[in-house]
Write a protein that binds this ligand. Structure first.
Ligand SMILES: Cc1cc2nc3c(=O)[nH]c(=O)nc-3n(C[C@H](O)[C@H](O)[C@H](O)COP(=O)(O)OP(=O)(O)OC[C@H]3O[C@@H](n4cnc5c(N)ncnc54)[C@H](O)[C@@H]3O)c2cc1C
Length: 427
């Protein structure tokens, strides 16, 4: 049994993906005694492929202020599901398990809900770098591609008109967005297939050249600052008078505070605490191609296909799509084929396939993360449910959690992200 007995606040962090590691590092920076529990953390010799943080599209995307549940989604979902190459898959036998998430997702798509969600996500985006930059400086050898921005593409004037409207809101929230004409795009991305009538460049978006290496760097810095890893799956959690006990393999970790940041697995963990987080997993895939220097110059997304094609130094990665397949099924090979075909349609000169991967986005129905204390025990704080934006929001989430646990005023109001918020609402 590990009992920490120093004057420092002792904190156990469940989950060593980008969110848990960023949180651990922020807590260490504030002088806490931190133990990270994860069966497969990004430590030397340990595969990290199980984590969503391993294989995502590698973009830090402050432009991502709109929820997936947009008005009109109900109208679009049937055609998305019926098309074999649509961006969404679900498995009918899972409908019962998905029902609470799907109904809350539809309620989040109501027009009356949109403004609140967009404002709340924007409040995080505005302070993003206060959370990310100190950690990235500390990790040191992270390679960024900053200053180039990412590009959303449109194939019809109707798509372009809708995007122009969304960009007005983005600008009002402080997100830089510049419209690109067909000629602008052809000049910036000469290897893109023809057929894109316009686009938007978001200059504030940037690439983390390898999210895996970034996480490995975060883990090394956790250790450098005196944090410890327990390489085991967290099991039973018990609240006691003097702290929270977590069964972790052959160890019992006892800490004064607990952070649950186990990505898509946080829902099951919340049940052992007695909370019931309404989250599910949107499985996503990547197909990586051998990099051909200069083939593409920015992360590129055609929104209706729901994936980014991102130029990394070691590969070009097509990453995205949504597969509501739960945590236990094998990857669906047809999703990989659709992703590869669409990527090749976008950039016909893409090289050989180098790697494929599937990961588990930890998704809430309203696209807002859970950041805040448990209803059952305020010493337990959730930091999960970052959906499509965990790489973007990991740093600021860690900072906010450290502020909550240290009893400081939080950098932004975290009420909208409360794990206890009502997710199914009709207004
Ligand atoms: C295809 C795809 C593309 C994406 N693109 C982007 C992007 O471009 N930009 C962006 O910001 N976001 C992107 N995302 C989302 C982002 O990857 C996730 O939101 C983020 O990685 C979630 O991080 P996390 O730390 O919460 O979870 P994870 O990275 O999944 O980490 C969870 C950790 O918890 C551990 N764990 C599980 N169960 C237990 C247990 N019982 N006890 C202890 N530990 C446990 C796991 O081993 C794992 O290491 C993308 C996701 C996908 C799938």
């Amino acid at each position: 049994m590990q009992v920490n007995d120093s004057s420092k606040l002792t904190v156990a962090v469940i989950g060593g993906g980008v969110v848990g590691l960023s949180t651990a590092l922020w807590l260490l920076r504030k002088g806490c005694d931190v133990t990270v529990i994860d069966p497969t953390p990004p430590l030397p010799g340990v595969s990290f492929r199980n984590a969503a943080s391993f294989g995502n599209a590698s973009t830090v995307a402050p432009s991502g202020i709109f929820p997936s549940a947009s008005p009109g989604i109900l109208r679009d979902v049937p055609s998305m599901l019926l098309r074999h190459d649509g961006p969404l898959t679900l498995y009918w036998r899972d409908l019962l398990d998905l029902a609470p998430w799907l109904t809350a997702f539809l309620s989040a798509s109501l027009r009356s809900r949109q403004d609140g969600i967009i404002s709340a996500l924007s409040s995080l985006m505005r302070v993003l770098e206060d959370g990310n930059a100190p950690l990235m400086d500390e990790v040191g050898n992270v390679r960024f591609v900053k200053g180039k921005g990412s590009i959303h593409l449109y194939r019809s004037e109707a798509e372009a008109a809708r995007a122009k409207k969304s960009n007005e809101r983005r600008r009002a929230e402080g997100v830089e967005a510049t419209y690109l004409t067909r000629d602008d795009i052809a000049g910036m991305e000469p290897n893109l297939a023809p057929g894109y009538v316009g686009g938007t460049i978001f200059p504030g978006c940037y690439i983390i050249d390898s999210p895996e290496e970034y996480c490995r760097g975060l883990a090394q810095n956790v250790i450098k600052r005196g944090g410890r890893f327990v390489q085991a799956k967290a099991g039973n959690i018990t609240s006691t008078a003097d702290g929270v006990r977590v069964e972790a393999g052959s160890e019992t970790v006892v800490a004064q505070r607990l952070v649950v940041s186990a990505g898509a697995w946080s829902r099951a963990i919340s049940k052992t605490v007695g909370d019931r987080l309404n989250m599910n997993t949107e499985r996503g895939y990547h197909v990586a191609f051998n990099n051909t220097e200069g083939l593409i110059n920015h992360p590129l997304m055609y929104l209706s296909d729901a994936f980014f094609l991102t130029p990394l130094s070691h590969q070009i990665r097509a990453a995205g799509t949504v597969d509501l397949g739960g945590l236990d099924k094998k990857p669906n090979p047809s999703r990989l084929k659709v992703l590869e075909d669409k990527a090749r349609k976008m950039v016909p000169a893409l090289g050989e396939r180098q790697d494929t991967w599937m990961g588990f986005r930890p998704s809430t129905p309203d696209s807002m993360p859970f950041i805040g204390p448990s209803k059952k025990d305020p010493r337990i704080v959730y930091a999960c449910g970052h959906g499509h934006l965990g790489l973007t929001l990991g740093g600021i989430t860690g900072k906010l959690v450290s502020e909550v646990l240290m009893g400081e005023k939080t950098s932004v109001d975290i009420t909208p992200f409360s794990p206890s918020r009502a997710l199914f609402r009709l207004s």
